[in-house]
Ligand binder design. Structure first.
Ligand code: GLY
Ligand code: MN
Ligand code: MN
Length: 439
């Protein structure tokens, strides 16, 4: 559980970067309609959550470094007895101050009256661009109002600056409290994968394993899956974002499960691939060993000072060599890598940052697309998830390989002492998987 002081530290760290006479505005996520008058479960905007922990929709945080009358303001819904009987309690103005440490709080309905006055006279306005389209339009309206007052001495901000990169850089480096939450999310998710492996047998439907996994998430107090769970058996394991999960699992299938929970805002992201009947076939095992070796080589490189792309390059090398040794690719390894021959089998990257978002905030290169990949540093958390997918219609390889899809994904914390795998609670060694499935 994060403390009020954790959030305060984050706000102070951000405000120190904004500089004097600036203002940062962070809107809440908007509720999304699912059907008619029924909404998707609300999930707070990760940046607002990161800085305030405020959980409600129809809210907005303002940071005004150096403002005498208060640097941290929250706009939120007022309390409303009738609405609260239907939808649950609200923080209201008093709760925003008492429970979320706002210096001051205002009804969200008063934005039009109050926000232009807060913006007016500030030199720089920080706002995450391209993220809150409706709100950006309102902001333009408020800036227009200020401009209309110029002859009376009102001054719109000279600069509007994108807030997102500053927050992304902060979010990329996890504190001890965040790592504890990521570990918890990882542990729950690993247990859920073990449960699915134990339950699996031919004849079940993919959604039944999804149910087991998500039952465990909910049972452990995780709010939701961090992303749509993928349970693909047989050739469906070759569909990277397969979420139908509605087919029957056959004897001889491999089952690929990519699922992780969100625990107190923090995500886990795990993939395991195992034989439906508890025993890898020769072809499945041969390809599995390559993916496992590629993953282990990539994890081994997750150390401070190594470049972000090095784990991927290591995976590519091991996978290319493995596929060539098995005869699925022909040629010399360097040449095959140069041609990108492996991309027919391994078409995604080896990982991504992980945190509040499953594909978390943070740049991978520091100076634009043409600059080198950044170095790994302690406190970063990345997934490592190589795979081999032999498409069912791949006529270039012998029929016995077709339709096999394998990915192995773990969450890795970079530390000064080397990589720490947060998701080691679920086996990935083939013999250990088979033993767990027998048990
Ligand atoms: N589960 C999404 C991913 O692995 O990136
Ligand atoms: Mn992932
Ligand atoms: Mn995943």
């Amino acid at each position: 559980m994060l403390k009020k002081s954790d959030y305060r530290k984050r706000r102070q760290q951000l405000m120190a970067q904004l500089g004097p006479n600036s203002l940062a505005i962070l809107p809440a996520a908007t509720e999304q309609l699912r059907s008619r008058d029924t909404y998707y479960r609300f999930r707070q905007d990760s940046d607002l959550s990161y800085l305030t922990g405020f959980p409600e929709p129809q809210a907005l945080a303002v940071l005004a470094p150096g403002r005498q009358a208060g640097e941290y303001l929250l706009f939120c819904r007022e309390r409303d007895r009738t609405q609260e009987i239907w939808d649950g309690s609200r923080q209201g103005i008093a709760g925003a101050i008492a429970n979320f440490a706002a210096d001051d709080a205002f009804p969200i309905d008063s934005l039009d009256d109050i926000l232009p006055g807060l913006i007016e006279g500030r030199e720089r306005l920080y706002f995450s661009m391209g993220k809150h389209a409706d709100f950006a339009q309102r902001l333009t309206g408020w800036l227009g109002q200020i401009r209309a007052q110029v002859r009376r001495g009102a001054a719109p901000p000279g600069e509007i600056v994108n807030l997102e990169p500053l927050l992304a850089e902060m979010r990329l480096f996890k504190t001890a409290a965040e790592i504890a939450l990521l570990r918890r999310a990882a542990k729950i998710s690993a247990e859920a994968h073990c449960r699915a492996m134990r339950r699996c047998r031919p004849g079940l439907y993919e959604y039944q394993l999804q149910a087991d996994i998500e039952h465990h998430f909910a049972d452990c107090g995780a709010a939701a899956p961090a992303y749509n769970s993928i349970v693909g058996a047989g050739p469906r394991a070759c569909v990277l974002h397969y979420i139908d999960n509605d087919a029957r699992i056959a004897d001889g299938d491999l089952v690929l499960i990519d699922a992780g929970c969100e625990y107190q805002g923090y995500a886990a992201d795990i993939t395991r691939t195992f034989p439906a009947n508890g025993r890898f076939s020769g072809e499945q095992r041969a390809l599995y060993q390559i993916v496992l070796a590629a993953q282990q080589a990539a994890i081994e490189i997750c150390r401070p000072g190594r470049r972000y792309d090095e784990p991927h390059l290591a995976s590519v090398w091991v996978i290319t060599q493995g596929l060539r040794d098995l005869g699925l690719l022909a040629g010399d390894i360097d040449g095959l890598i140069e041609q990108g021959a492996y991309k027919d089998f391994f078409m995604h990257s080896t990982g991504h940052w992980l945190g509040l978002d499953v594909h978390d905030a943070g740049d991978y290169k520091l100076d634009g697309a043409d600059s080198p990949w950044r170095d790994l540093e302690p406190g970063m958390v990345t997934t490592i998830e190589p795979g081999i997918y032999v498409q069912p219609d791949n006529q270039q390889v012998a029929a016995r390989w077709r339709g096999i899809g394998i990915r192995i994904e773990d969450d890795v914390l970079i530390t000064a002492k080397g990589p720490q795998v947060l998701t080691s609670g679920v086996p990935k060694d083939p013999a250990e998987i088979e033993a767990l499935m027998r048990a």
